[in-house]
Design a protein around this ligand. Structure first.
Ligand code: ADP
Ligand code: MG
Length: 268
C-alpha cells in the first residue's frame, strides 16, 4: 500500500515527552512555508501545544484532529490559517485522549489519518507538505502518524537514556513498515537542547552519531531560551526572534532536510 506522492508527509515523533517534537514541528513547518511550500501542521497531541504555539486559542478549535480521526470532519474542514502565509494548522484538543478506546473496534483504526490526508491531497487547496506533531507515546495516534508518513523526523534530547528511547521508536517504525506502510523511512534524527559545555551532552552526541551514523543530521539545535519563550507569544521562534541561535539552527536543519528531500525524491 504505497502512499500518494503528494502531499509529502513528515511525522515528528519520539515517545518521550519534552524532547523538542513540538518546537521542531512548528519551526520546520514555518520554514517550509516561508520557502514557498504550502504546509499543513497536523497537531496530533491531546496537549495541543502546537496549536497553542501557533496562536490558535482553545476556544477557537471548533473542528479538530479528534473530529478528523473519528470522521466527523474532513481534514480540510478542520484547517485554520496562521500568522505565517502558506502555513495552516489542524488543531488538537484533549478530546484526542480517548481516541485509542474509541477506535479500538475499528478495523481501519491505524489508517484514519492516512485516509484523511489522501482525501485532502485530492483537493485543489491541498498543501505540498504535511508535518505531523506526535504525542509522547507510541499508541494509536503515533501509529496513525507513522502509517500516514513518507518519513519520520525524530528529535532526540542529549541525555542519559536517549538511546533506549530511540530503540523503542525504531521498533515501532519497523512494525509499521512490516505492516501498513512498507515505504516509511527515517528522514533523520535531530539532537535537541544541546549544550556544548556539558560533558554528558557531548558524550551522548558522540554515542548517537557512532550508532546511528548518517541518519543523524549534522545540525544540532542548541538549548536556547528564545525557543522556549516563543510559544507563549503564540508565534514560531522563526517569527518571534529570527536572529536567535535557536532559530538559526532550525533554518540550518531545514536546509539540510531539504537536501535530503531532493536526494530521496530524486532517487524515487
Ligand atoms: P515535546 O513536544 O517533545 O514534548 P517541546 O518541543 O514541547 O517537546 O519542548 C519541551 C519544552 O522545552 C518546551 O517548554 C519547549 O519550549 C522547550 N524547548 C524545546 N526545545 C528547546 C531548546 N532547543 N532550547 C530550550 N528550550 C527548548
Ligand atoms: Mg509536543
Amino acid at each position: 500500500m504505497t502512499l500518494p506522492p503528494r502531499p509529502r508527509v513528515i511525522a515528528v515523533a519520539n515517545q518521550k515527552g519534552g524532547v523538542g517534537k513540538t518546537t521542531t514541528a512548528i519551526n520546520l513547518s514555518t520554514a517550509l512555508a516561508a520557502t514557498g511550500h504550502a504546509t499543513l501542521l497536523v497537531d496530533l497531541d491531546p496537549q495541543g501545544n502546537a496549536s497553542t504555539g501557533l496562536g490558535i486559542d482553545p476556544a477557537a478549535r471548533r473542528l479538530t484532529t479528534y473530529d478528523v480521526m473519528t470522521r466527523t470532519a474532513s481534514l480540510a474542514e478542520s484547517v485554520h490559517a496562521t500568522e505565517v502565509p502558506e502555513l495552516t494548522l489542524a488543531p488538537a484538543t484533549m478530546d484526542l485522549l480517548s481516541i485509542d478506546i474509541e477506535l479500538s473496534a475499528a478495523s481501519d483504526r491505524a489508517l484514519r489519518l492516512r485516509q484523511a490526508i489522501a482525501a485532502y491531497g485530492a483537493e485543489p487547496a491541498a498543501p505540498d507538505y504535511v508535518v505531523v506533531d506526535c504525542p509522547p507515546s507510541l499508541t494509536m495516534l503515533t501509529v496513525n502518524a507513522l502509517a500516514a508518513a513518507h518519513a519520520v523526523l525524530a528529535p532526540l534530547q542529549c541525555e542519559f537514556f536517549a538511546m533506549e528511547g530511540l530503540s523503542q521508536l525504531l521498533t515501532t517504525i519497523a512494525e509499521v513498515r512490516a505492516g501498513v506502510n512498507p515505504d516509511l523511512v527515517i528522514h533523520g534524527i535531530v539532537l535537541t537542547m544541546v549544550d556544548a559545555r556539558n560533558n554528558l551532552s557531548n558524550q551522548v552526541e558522540a554515542d548517537v552519531r557512532s550508532t546511528m551514523g548518517e541518519l543523524v543530521y549534522d545540525t544540532v539545535i542548541p538549548r536556547n531560551v528564545r525557543l522556549s519563550e516563543a510559544p507563549s507569544h503564540g508565534k514560531p521562534a522563526l517569527l518571534y526572534d529570527l536572529k536567535c541561535a535557536g532559530s538559526q539552527a532550525y533554518l540550518r536543519l531545514v536546509s539540510e532536510l531539504m537536501d535530503r528531500e531532493h536526494r530521496m525524491l530524486g532517487a524515487a
